[in-house]
Design a binder for this molecule. Structure first.
Ligand SMILES: Nc1ncnc2c1ncn2[C@@H]1O[C@H](COP(=O)(O)OP(=O)(O)O)[C@@H](O)[C@H]1O
Ligand SMILES: [Mg+2]
Length: 238
């Protein structure tokens, strides 16, 4: 009786946890949408509106024979468009890092490592077969998880080497491992947003992420990201 009651209580607390983490994912997505909407509406919209006005002004000036003034206004319009273009690039980068398309996952992760880690840190990136043939969502999650882990290595580990592995599991899942030989996580280290978001990004895809400190030192971040469609590494569209 007692054991059954305990099992039931455990099951219901697991269900509550699951419900809670689903709720968090929905909230995170809604917040992202709101931010995108705000960026588009308050940033890009008015910028392009201003360009339209400047072009009208320039046409009027040109029509009145004031070529130099028209040219000045057109130059301003040109600068406005260039700024709007930079905004679009930033928005697009937030949605999907362009390095993934330009370089592929392994090289994009290597670039992040070189960008984030101190020049003295020796970086190795090992990509197994099938690590470059992934659904877009898995690729983005892997990139962001690796980036977050690398940010922590740079900030906290004081490591001399850092190894990143991208491998396909037997069931087709992508396994992302970031290992450093640094200080390890102090038992009293304050839990931060970074470690939580590693888990959330993995959970979002039905995967998991563990952060461990082996007895011989350093820190290992290991994320397992399921790939729908299994071992073939078939692409489900970008
Ligand atoms: N690779 C690492 N090496 C050493 N300590 C780490 C590492 N990763 C995380 N930590 C410790 O865990 C803490 C929590 O990390 P995180 O959640 O990313 O928050 P933040 O980086 O903002 O402090 C860090 O403050 C740090 O003390
Ligand atoms: Mg961090």
């Amino acid at each position: 009786m007692v054991r059954q009651a305990a099992a039931a209580a455990h099951a219901s607390s697991l269900a509550a946890e699951l419900q809670h983490s689903r709720g968090q994912l929905v909230t995170a997505r809604e917040e992202e949408r709101r931010r995108l909407r705000r960026d588009l509406h308050d940033g890009l919209g008015p910028s392009l509106g201003a360009v339209v006005l400047r072009i009208d002004t320039a046409r009027n000036l040109a029509g009145a024979g004031r070529a130099e003034d028209a040219d000045r206004v057109l130059r301003q319009a040109r600068d406005d468009v260039a700024a709007a273009l930079a905004d679009v690039r930033r928005l697009v980068h937030d949605l999907r890092p362009p390095a993934l398309d330009d370089l592929g996952l392994a090289a994009a992760v290597r670039q992040q490592a070189e960008r984030l880690l101190a020049p003295g840190t020796v970086v190795t990136v090992d990509a197994g077969p099938g690590a470059d043939d992934l659904p877009a969502a898995v690729e983005v999650a892997a990139y962001r998880i690796a980036s977050e882990a690398l940010t922590n290595v740079a900030r906290h580990a004081r490591a001399t080497t850092c190894r990143i592995e991208l491998a396909r599991d037997r069931d087709g899942s992508l396994v992302v491992t970031v290992t450093d030989d640094g200080a390890g996580i102090a038992p009293d280290a304050p839990a931060g947003v970074g470690l939580v978001s590693l888990r959330e990004r993995a959970a979002e895809l039905g995967g998991r992420c563990s952060v461990t400190c082996p007895p011989d030192g350093g820190t290992v971040v290991r994320a397992v990201l399921p790939v729908d469609g299994g071992g073939s590494g078939e692409r489900t569209g970008a």
